[in-house]
Design a protein around this ligand. Structure first.
Ligand SMILES: *Cc1c(COP(=O)(O)O)cnc(C)c1O
Length: 219
């Protein structure tokens, strides 16, 4: 099936309150253009350099989401244009994003990544680290970032019950952190679900799914 057909089929299964991020990492610009021509305007990449190269040549009405692990020294390259940074997992990184956003006269929307999987290898904060970050005076004084939600990745497993438990856990953390709403904190977005588990994620309360291989094919 074509990229267009894949995209339209997936869109048909996603409720209107859920945002589809088309994960185009490693794929050539010609593939992204096919998705764009089928109406897609939100793209996710996991490397800042690759995303920036694509941003330079693609139409300018696209929202670019950084979904991967971020190196602080590269933040400056995406700061002029990035729409949403999904993988923020430390106060230090948030300070760097704030600094680069300020240089560009912008407020950059961010999601805090929570570690919900069993695998040690996956990135993210635990619940206590999340509390510490949100309670810190340094965070409260950042003016050029806004935390608009949470992101997480479930364990890579066939075990649906396990995945469901992890999504439900993230949803609970999301619900428990709705207050307070401040100038730089308002949790409205819950980014969870990929090609293999997005339907389950939506059942568990996801408002944003990140789908790559089911749209663009395997990598
Ligand atoms: C690659 C990636 C995805 C998309 O994965 P698929 O299984 O291809 O849909 C989603 N989220 C993150 C963080 C990724 O790195």
């Amino acid at each position: 099936m074509s990229i267009r057909e894949n995209l339209l089929n997936i869109k048909a299964t996603i409720p209107s309150h859920v945002t589809l991020v088309a994960v185009s990492k490693t794929k050539p610009v010609s593939d992204l253009i096919q998705a764009y021509e089928a109406g897609q305007r939100v793209f996710g990449e996991n490397k800042i350099q690759e995303m920036t190269e694509k941003w330079e040549v693609m139409p300018k009405d696209i929202e670019w989401h950084m979904i991967g692990h971020i190196q602080s020294n590269k933040v400056k390259y995406m700061a002029p244009y990035v729409s949403l940074v999904h993988g923020v997992d430390s106060l230090k990184l948030l300070e760097e994003i704030n600094k680069q956003a300020q240089k560009n006269n912008r407020i950059i929307n961010c999601l805090l990544q929570l570690h919900i999987a069993e695998e040690e290898t996956k990135f993210g904060l635990n619940e206590m680290e999340l509390e510490d970050l949100l309670q810190s005076d340094i965070f409260k004084n950042l003016k050029n970032i806004k935390i608009v939600g949470l992101m997480g990745m479930a364990t890579f497993t066939e075990n649906q019950a396990q995945i469901k438990k992890e999504f439900q856990y993230l949803k609970t953390i999301f619900d428990n952190n709705q207050q307070p709403i401040t100038h730089n904190r308002q949790l409205t977005t819950l980014s969870m679900g990929m090609s293999g588990d997005y339907q389950l994620a939506i059942e568990c309360g996801s408002t944003m799914v990140r789908i790559g291989s089911s749209i663009f094919g395997g990598r």
